[in-house]
Design a protein around this ligand. Structure first.
Ligand code: ATP
Ligand code: MG
Length: 550
């Protein structure tokens, strides 16, 4: 057999767990690629047939055992929901049961996160809905709950979705392992709405375990980030992830809320663009009919063109694409940009401080409206509470450099901050000013893009700023060059051919108000606010140089 054939055969064999050795045909020769595939398909078909048969047998056994069971109407599997029934049932949210009256009856739909039988007469369940879990138990009694029913409860596969009617009971001790701890549910009826048929890649209990428990017991199963991301739908079901994405949604909602109240217009700029706009190297090139196009690395040029179009104040929440081979804890190749741009009357600080206040608003409202979600994330990933001041702290770049030098770090006056220095500066600022959020103004001109307005008082600096959370950048912004002649000059001196961005440069030829703005990375804000340590945890289905699935 040729080496290449062996490789193909091996790769096929690796996909078939059962075929651990080379499979030989009736003639004693290894099977061809086609024959192997066929064999694999047949095996798969047989496996499905067996699974189906086992399922039918299980259902039959359940029906048989229910025949002479006084509790038979109180449990079982519901027929597939085809929307054939409407009842006036009032469904409770698991989260709200904490406040329900003791002794009252509630109806819920939730997932079975885990089950634990204690003998044949009692079974405990952990039921989960969104960011909440509650303990439920089924105990054998004379009239409503039979041994068969308890057995059924115990046999429900984890992650199946169930419909439960239960009495709210005060437990002897608070149920610490559940988010609803002051009450538990005594099951009256339980029916499966949708059964989990496949084996889970990991248990939701393992995926939700607080970091500190591993320190106490290193033998516990830890689910690593790659396994989580490979099985992201299951991973996203954890109460922690439900809370993270509720908070991500909240950041966008509060961003919109604040800017809408200031008469901003939400825009939608194109993501397919004709030229590699802002310098070039880190854009994705895609084929576009008979030519090439590029994926926008920011809405920068378009939001500025909207200012020239007299929109006054604009923002956009949209994907941003960066073809950077950065395999770090804080870079993605696709992230969500929260961008804004605004014309001002006198000084770019009108815009910079407005953005600063917007962040204060977001942080304040997150604490006020989303304390439950923050607490849920804290259960698994404890972090120091986020500190910020009502009026955000502003430092100048040269002050930052001075702080670093005081700490014994050698830094150049006009070089950009390295990630390590950025973090150290964050620490120094926290120690000195007691805030996790601050604005750094007046960056060196040389480290900013061509559209940045230079500082009129010192040509080495510029009217530009970065904002930081826990010592890492979440936003870059600046006053932009709005003067067409000066822009053309700046574009050229930064080594960009103005003809590649002719429509943008020309947009300023007919007069344009002075303006400033910024671009924020949504996932960065969420990662740093919650101190998650890796941006992938704050991205729904993260894209990085090594991952474009699922
Ligand atoms: P960094 O220096 O951290 O790589 P940057 O200065 O290159 O970021 P900007 O072009 O200033 O990034 O983008 C504005 C904001 O967008 C950043 O402050 C950050 O919040 C976010 N951002 C930039 N690049 C990425 C990325 N690759 N993945 C996720 N977020 C990003
Ligand atoms: Mg930046």
């Amino acid at each position: 057999m040729l080496d290449s054939q062996i490789d193909i055969t091996k790769s096929l064999i690796e996909t078939t767990e059962e075929l651990e050795q080379l499979v030989l045909g009736p003639d004693g020769q290894p099977l061809s690629k086609k024959a192997l595939k066929k064999l694999e398909k047949e095996k798969e078909k047989e496996k499905r047939k067996q699974e189906r048969a086992a399922q039918l047998a299980q259902e039959k056994a359940l029906r048989d055992s229910q025949e002479d069971d006084f509790a038979k109407n109180n449990y079982g599997k519901l027929p597939m929901n085809q929307s054939s029934e409407k009842t006036s049932t009032i469904w409770s949210k698991v989260r709200n049961i904490e406040n329900a009256e003791i002794g009252s009856t509630v109806h819920i739909q939730a997932r079975v996160q885990a089950s634990r039988p204690t003998g044949s007469k009692m079974c405990f369940l952990i039921l989960r809905e969104g960011t909440s879990t509650i303990q439920a138990l089924a105990v054998v009694n004379k009239d409503t709950i039979s041994k068969q029913m308890v057995k059924f409860v115990d046999s429900i596969p984890s992650e199946s979705l169930v419909r439960v009617t239960a009495t709210v009971v005060k437990p002897d001790e608070p149920v610490k392992s559940c988010t609803v701890s002051s009450v538990e549910l005594h099951i009256e009826t339980i029916h499966i709405i949708s059964e989990a048929l496949a084996r889970l890649p990991f248990s939701l209990d393992d995926a939700t375990r607080p970091d500190e428990e591993y320190e106490k017991d290193p033998a516990l199963v830890k689910v690593n980030l790659d396994t989580r991301l490979d099985n992201r739908v299951i991973d996203l079901r954890t109460i922690t992830n439900n809370a993270i994405f509720k908070l991500q949604s909240a950041v966008c909602k509060l961003f919109r809320e604040f800017l809408d109240a200031q008469d901003f217009i939400e825009i939608h700029s194109p993501k397919i663009i004709g030229a590699a706009s802002e310098g070039g190297a880190n854009v994705f090139k895609v084929s576009y009919f008979k030519r090439f196009a590029y994926l926008a690395q920011s809405p920068q040029l378009y939001k500025q063109m909207c200012i020239s179009a007299d929109f006054g104040k604009v923002y956009e929440i949209a994907p941003v694409f960066r073809a950077e081979d950065s395999n770090t804890h804080r870079h993605l190749t696709e992230y969500i940009g929260l961008d804004l741009e605004m014309s001002f009357k006198e000084h770019y600080h009108e815009v910079m401080f407005m953005i600063g206040r917007m962040f204060t608003y977001i942080f304040t409202e997150l604490e006020k409206r989303y304390s439950h979600e923050i607490e849920i994330v804290q259960r698994q990933h404890p972090f120091e509470p986020f500190k910020f001041s009502e009026e955000p702290l502003k430092l100048e770049f040269c002050q930052g450099i001075a702080l670093l030098r005081e700490a014994g770090i050698e830094v150049d006056d006009y070089e950009d901050l390295s990630t390590a220095n950025e973090r150290l500066l964050g620490k120094l600022v926290k120690e000195k000013y007691g805030t996790d959020f601050y604005m750094l103004d007046k960056f060196p001109l040389a480290v900013r893009p061509f559209y940045t307005m230079p500082d009129p008082h010192n040509p080495n600096y510029s009217n530009s700023y970065d904002f930081f959370i826990r010592g890492e950048e979440i936003m870059s912004g600046a006053q932009r060059v709005h003067d067409a002649v000066f822009l053309e000059e700046r574009v050229k001196s930064c080594g960009v051919d103005p003809d590649t961005i002719r429509d943008y440069v020309d947009a300023f030829k007919y007069g344009c108000p002075p303006h400033a703005g910024g671009g924020v990375g949504l996932e960065r804000v969420v990662m740093l606010y919650l101190n998650l340590g890796n941006i992938r945890r704050a991205s729904l289905f993260p894209r990085d140089p090594k991952r474009i699935d699922p």
